[in-house]
Design a protein around this ligand. Sequence first.
Ligand SMILES: Cc1cc2nc3c(=O)[nH]c(=O)nc-3n(C[C@H](O)[C@H](O)[C@H](O)COP(=O)(O)O)c2cc1C
Length: 221
Amino acid sequence: MDVYQAVSSRRAVRAFTDEPVPREVLERVLSHAVRAPSGSNLQPWNTYALIGAPLAELKKRTAERVAAGDPGDEREYQMYPPELKSPYRERRLAAAEQRCAALGIPRQDKRARAEAVAANWDCFGAPAALFCYIDRDLGPAQWADIGMYLQTIMLLLRAEGLHSCPQMAWSVYRETVAEVVSPPDGFILFCGMSIGFEDTSANHARIERAPLAETVTFLDG
Ligand SMILES: Cc1cc2nc3c(=O)[nH]c(=O)nc-3n(C[C@H](O)[C@H](O)[C@H](O)COP(=O)(O)O)c2cc1C
């Protein structure tokens, strides 16, 4: 698989089979992903890779909280500005509509939408997951470095025939994640990531992108 194929076949997959992801594969991916660039080579990522019993325990503890209607832990960072302005608001709405359409959920069916969100905390059935932390003393540029690192992981996973879904949703139940992985003091959970083989029987959305001219300006002679 070349890089273009990896980029275009990567998408947020939200239905996985229970086929295990071998630890050696995750080690291979993670040992190459650290070649991702970071400003002054700070390498600000701190990753926990969970498979088997620890992941099952995390899913179980989180499912109990979800079932109890627990709204989650105090947020450590804002996922989105409270008033999302144009064009971001429209793009977010369009993506949500495309996801609901693929799942066959009418937009007004709040219960079905809540169930779709809750699937995050079962890792959409995936047998492997990563949790990426950042030192709270680091700033926006280092958070951006982590984005590059996570995308590098997701592209390498494609080369292994695997799919993924990055998940800020795990920050909602971050204390339960911390109980299982025991991060050092002073670290913030930025993102989880479900990893596995795609359940190809599930419908999925190919989320559209804005036309290139909306986000790229060429200046040439
Ligand atoms: C940092 C980050 C966090 C995300 N968090 C979630 C999440 O918690 N749950 C989820 O289902 N998708 C999550 N996504 C996936 C996005 O919704 C998805 O990438 C976007 O809608 C574009 O779709 P595509 O990746 O399938 O092309 C996240 C993506 C990123 C980059």
